[in-house]
Design a protein around this ligand. Sequence first.
Ligand code: ADP
Length: 295
Amino acid sequence: MDLYTRLDHIPVGGETILGSPIWTSPGGKGANQAAAAARLGADVRFVGRVGDDEYGQRLRQGLLDAGADVSLLRTGDSPSSVALILLTPDGENSIIVSPSSNQHVSPADVDAAWQPGQPAVGAVVCQLEIPLATVVHASELAQQHGARFVLNAAPAQELPADLVGRADPLVVNESEAEFLLGTTSEAPSHTPETLVRGLLELGSRSVVLTLGGDGAAVGVNGGGFRHVTGFPVPVVDTTGAGDAFVAALVTRLVAGEDLFEAADYANVVGALVVQHEGAQASYPDAAEVEAQIAS
Ligand code: ADP
């Protein structure tokens, strides 16, 4: 659950300041991506954990409202994960994440998706807000069962090579790409193409680099590179745009499109999302995306 408050400035040690009334909104990268994909018409099952608390109920309901299957979303053990988002006038937002229930998402939770009687899995999508061992296990199961494994390596952290090797694609934004490559935006070789090629050299089968208002860059190992140009749109709030992009990308991949076609579609979805306040509240359905493409 995302908890927001507006402040004049971030308090320093020993300081107490007043913030605006807190408002809450269902969030989390995995839940956002599941909700966005379900809104777009994908058949989504969400594996995760929430606390036995009010936030847990609202997070579950948010996924249900979007049309996701929450039968593998477990309740209990520890409180729901919370992100405390401090909004300051300079736009330099600060975020404190209390992982709680997310820390308990286990390899066994993922096994449940492949128990007898469960429907077939076309793609497995992971982010890095749960234990890395669980993500690695999910990637192994995907490989074993012939499902596509998509890794949104966010928030950035060091990754084992075999995990990167299963990603098809690895999806990152620019700062996550720089973290994985150990470069900075000041480096003279910093272009979308060099970043994508650098990430492919880490061993992933394909890479999608999101570039905010500049769209995205796509590279396939041995299969070319393309820049997907961003749409000039009036930006209201970019929260959750990256998550909607990942969701739209996977939705189209599972429907049979290639990575370049899927990225074109995801870029339309990303541009729609930034024109509205909030994350899950701003996600379009397939008809809204089609109307945008036709306009
Ligand atoms: P993240 O939020 O993960 O950092 P990005 O900022 O790269 O991700 O945004 C994800 C996608 O959302 C972009 O690839 C693009 O399609 C869309 N998007 C983001 N910001 C804008 C913008 N200012 N104008 C148009 N589209 C945008």
